[in-house]
Design a protein around this ligand. Sequence first.
Ligand code: TYD
Length: 205
Amino acid sequence: MKRGLFITFEGADGCGKTTQLKLLAEDLMMRGYDVVITREPGAKGLGEKIREILLNYDGDVSDRCESFLFLADRAQHIDMIVNPAVETGKIVLCDRHTDSSVAYQGYGRGLPVERIKMLNELAVNGRHPDLTIVFDIDVETSMSRVGDEKDRLESAGMEFFNRVRNGYLEIAKQEPQRVKVLNAAKSIDEIQKDVKKLVENLLLI
Ligand code: TYD
């Protein structure tokens, strides 16, 4: 059986990661790999209900409550979707994961980063990505891509998203083996080539 892989796609809203995830998935599937596309928050089932609250609840949400909802979704997602797929040799491409909590709830909302990391460890129970790709882009460009119809998190403002961006860059500095940063201001084709290069290295191992 082929070795399973877990690859996560990260970056601020509007960075283009979802487009790149789909392009990579198509390429890998054409080459015969067994690929699972998934996301946080809210891949399936219970997760979808948690996602609905996180993105659309219109009352006040405390920062800690928000963090725990993302973490609850993550624990369910790891147990029900990611682990079964990786353990049976599939390549799991996941749109957002632990680094989103560190970047958004930690650096963005200002909760203690080390504590978020600890809670992430509880949620993932030993499963860590083989590769994380951060799509880095300036906040003006990413916000203009999101447009005017923003969900609860996308409405957090420029300063918030600057902190999120810097958070991702800090994570990459701390874990250069796992986390690779790509310039997401390039064209879709150019970024796709950069993504493929990173993943190719992993497929050779
Ligand atoms: P989504 O519509 O999936 O956004 P995107 O297409 O940009 O991934 O919404 C997910 C939102 O939740 C996004 O604004 C990032 C945020 N988020 C956190 O704040 N913390 C987390 O741990 C996760 C997984 C996502």
